[in-house]
Structures are given as structure tokens and as C-alpha cells.
Design a protein around this ligand. Sequence first.
Ligand code: IMP
Length: 432
Amino acid sequence: MANVIVIGTQWGDEGKGKVVDLLSDKADCVVRFQGGNNAGHTLVVNNEKFIFHLIPSGILHPGKTCLIGNGVVIDPSVLIREMDLLLEYGLGVTPENLIVSRYAHIIMPYHRILDAVREKRKGKTKIGTTGRGIGPCYEDKVGRNGIRVHDLLDSRSFLEKLHANLEEKNFVLHRFFGAEPLDPTPIAEEYLAYGERIAPFVGDVSEFLHKADQDGKNLLFEGAQGTHLDIDHGTYPFVTSSNTLAGNACCGAGIGPTRIHKVLGIVKAYTTRVGAGPFPTELLGDTGIRIREVGGEFGATTGRPRRCGWLDMVVVKASIRLNGLAGLAITKLDVLSGIPTLKIAKAYQLESGQRDTLPGESDALQVCRPEFEEFPGWNENLSTVQRFDDLPANTRKYLAAVEEMAGIPIAMISVGPRRTETIILRHPFDNP
Ligand code: IMP
């Protein structure tokens, strides 16, 4: 029995979906604990491409229970669309394989509108959010004005909360942003219908996980976004509105920290970032464009081109510290094939001198100069390689350098989007 958390070590889009999908084979329950449909996992199974935003990717595996924890913010229209899509593919979604926390917060239409008008008003200083209403929904949660899943099942409570919220939101929307105020009647109709549809799936995620854990089941917690988008420890204010760190798996699902056995960090073999914010190793020229094209680096949620750059081990080492990582999974290594010289950042040069730890202030990160170590590249196609020893010598040298700088072992290496295109060195569920 083992309970494992999978976390992105960079700015999201590290390929967590594929790793979680692969690990799901040995998991009984797959749990999301933060974020919402700002996340997007692209999976390739039997040559079919699946993009999920809310439902854990474990849903593709028969016999697993997928859970959406209290820490997630749910847009019910997106949840229902994903359920319908799975049904279209002949993959049944039932209360046995999907449980949605009663206590997760609901993204309302005014959250999406506020996200959009605020970004517009910020102009040049905008965050570059996904526009899904994530931030405003978490604001209402912390402000104790939120509407939760269980409210959708109780029309009286829902209508009360909707009216109270709209009184304030309409004032702000209309008087401050000059936007149209919202009419509660169609919103109530729409959301109460969502409530009816998801009612059979609503449950107590914490109680369920407690029982599964006591029964010796393997639990897999699937982080969304990445460590450096964390609201506290990320590149604030260019971050998402939840804690993306491993520690939040406990709060966002309702399980105690002593029940977690391992945290696996996902490291893309290079770095990407969507939206605004500092990115010391960003490549603005041809190499960046090449990585974006070969790696298909376009947002799974918004389709925006991702900013691409060299691997930054200062960033990854901060993630090792913040998440207590036990091992790394390196993804998209195949994308680097054909680049003559590769670079890895191992320190930064700042006005105050050199440092190999991450400055907490975005302003400092914005102006720092990365110090790189260079590595000879390789030309071979890696996607058919099944064993570490069969990787080209230069690829092995690159990985050895990553492992040495990280100070923790590499557990998995992904050399292509398919499940089979993976070299597993240490399976986290086999070595708790
Ligand atoms: P929000 O989460 O939509 O509020 O967006 C805040 C910041 O997080 C923006 O820079 C987004 O591009 C980024 N972001 C949110 N979700 C993801 C993700 O799943 N992958 C990468 N970036 C993300």
C-alpha cells in the first residue's frame, strides 16, 4: 500500500497527465485536490487524444475511483461536458468511478466575467489568466461568500446565496467595470439543473479516502498547474489562486499528512510558461520556436502558444525543497533531439552577486541572468528506446547532470506521448 502525490516542478504543463495515467495502473483511487478547469491534461491512448480539464485522467482506467476534492473549484458545465464526452467514447461515468466533493466551490458566471474584466482593466500588467473564473471563485471561498457543491442540491440555500452574491457582484460589475448586471433567474435555472445532473456523484471525499486508506488501497493525488504557480511560493503575482504544492493535497482532499508516503516531481526536459511573469531561461529566438513546434507547446486549455526555454535547475531545486520530493519523472526528453548544444541553468547572477537558490520576489527573478552549463546534444529519435542503457550517450550525460544537480533520483523518463514510450526506473507504488 502506498499513497503518492504527483506534482509539477515548473510552471505547469510538465506532462503530469501522462505520468498520472501511467501510474493509475497501480492506483485504486485518483484524486484532484486544487485548481479547476484552468488545468488541461492531454493524453494519448490507443492513438486517441483526450483532453481533460477537471476529471482526473485515471477515469480512462476501468475499476478506478476518481475523486474531485474540496480544494478544487468546479465549473459544473465543464464537468458535465467531460462526463458526456466520456460517455460518447463508451467510457461509463458512474457514481462508482467518479465522486465529487460536497465541499468543493462552484465557479459562477460572475466569476468568469470578473476574471475577464479585471484582466482587461489591468492592461499591460495583466496576469494572463486562463479566463475561467478561477481567481474570483477562490476569492469568494476565502471571503466566505462561496457557493459549494452541496448548495446546488438545495434550491432554497442556493437561491439565498445567489441573490446575496449578485447584490454585491452586480454593483461592482456595473458601477466599477461598466459591465452588464446579471439576472439571477436564468442563472438559478441553469445551476439547479446542473445540481440535479451531478447529484448522484456528490459525496464526502475525505471519508471515502479515509476508508480506502484503511482498506489498504493505493491513493494517487494529481496536482494541477506547477509549483511556481503556487499562490504563496510561486512567482507572485504571476501565479494561480490555489496552493499547488504537495502539502495542499492534504487540505484539498481531506487526508492527514502522515498518510502520504511519496511525492514525485514532474520535470519537463526544458521549461515552459503560459501567461505573464518572470522566466529567466526563456528562449526568444529560433531554438524556442523549434521547441514549441516539436513539443506541441500550445495551451491545452486556451490554445495559447507557450513560452519556451532551457531547463532551469534553480527552479526545480526550489520545487524539491517545497514539495519534499523523493524522485523525479523527466518528460518530453524526445523533444530535445536534434538540438546541437543544450543548456541547463544552475545558478543566477543578480546585482547582489551569484546565487543558486530562487529569489522569492518576481522583480529580482525578472532581472537575474542565468548561469548555464552546456551539454552536447543528440540526434537520435528516442521514442522507441525502452531501456535507460539504450539511450544515446549524450542523453545519459544530460540526465546524469540533472540527477546530480537535483540530488534525488530520476524515477521515470518519458520519451514520447504514448503510455509505452516511457522508461520506468523506480515505480513509486513499488518502492514506498
Ligand atoms: P488562472 O489560474 O486562470 O487564474 O491563471 C493564472 C496564471 O496561471 C496564468 O499565468 C495562467 O496561464 C497560469 N495557469 C493556470 N493554469 C495553468 C495550467 O494548467 N498550466 C499552465 N499555466 C497555467
